[in-house]
Design a protein around this ligand. Sequence first.
Ligand code: FA5
Length: 335
Amino acid sequence: MLDRLKELGREATAALQSAATLMELESVRVKYLGRKSELNQVSRGLKDLESDERRSVGRAVNELKNELGALLEQSKERLESAGEPSAGLDLTLPGRMPWVGGKHPLTRTYERLESIFRGLGFEVALGPDVEDDFHNFDALNIPADHPARDGWDTIYIDDDSLLRTHMSPVQIRVMESRKPPIRIIAPGRVYRNESADASHGSEFYQLEGLYVDRDVRFGELKGVLIRFMRELFGENVTLRFRAGFFPFTEPSTEVDVKCLICQGSGCSVCSGTGWVELLGAGMVDPRVFEAVGYDPGEFSGYAFGLGVDRICMMMTGTDDIRLFLENDLRFLRQI
Ligand code: FA5
């Protein structure tokens, strides 16, 4: 036994002295001085030895432990002074990524919509948040005394300036500035003086689309909207085209998607109906063409306006539109 201890001592000394890193030193310590080391086993077996042998082996074990302990300290100092990092550092652990922020879910949704429509040949057009009556209403065939104005609860700034209630005024601005063919999308924030609930915001985002050329048909509008919805939600999305009314389109339609929050069984987002209205659309009314100086006998077109927040809700499974503007990082990090 004493011979074996001597041999063990020689091996451990050589290993401690030749350890090149603190990590290597730590494994040498575990091997020769750790709980499962041979030296520790000898130590634990002392009680089974005859008393003479127990005394001599016990002394040799203690001396060896002290010697190796001192050697371990020396080697540690040697490596640390040579610039080795602490032995507690586990280089195999994955790093901690710093939080670098990210895009708001509404921005991500808009970017996705833009990329789909760009792929379908649309370019982006912009307009001002503060509009006048002419662009927000009159040119869109909604004169001052028209009851349809009630449909947009308007926030006026003064007699003739207001916060745009929808993105359709950008259609007018684009048509005023150029001739067909026109194929644009107009994204932006809109404002309505209405009280918010799970699916209605008083500030929200819309994306308007407009295509004007010769001989544009309703079938093309339907085709573009179906293609767009399938690109966005997948080929199996269930859509519903309902007859609708907008003063600036005729005929008009509203398009609903089967609620992706409750899969159509009814929830607060779809008000228990199983369907969520995502957009309004239709063929541009001849009176709109007249307002911008186009000949309605020569040109035809379609327009649509979709709710970006509602689409974002469907894409992210968010069941309350108000969460998007609360800026609670716990929510924003989650989706
Ligand atoms: C309009 O604003 C029309 N300008 C859309 C349009 C454009 C029709 C071109 C025809 C041709 P509407 O008010 O329905 O329509 O709004 C369009 C979409 O915006 C709705 O389908 C819905 O997805 C979204 N939306 C409407 N009101 C709210 C609201 N309060 N909160 C969140 N999203 C809304």
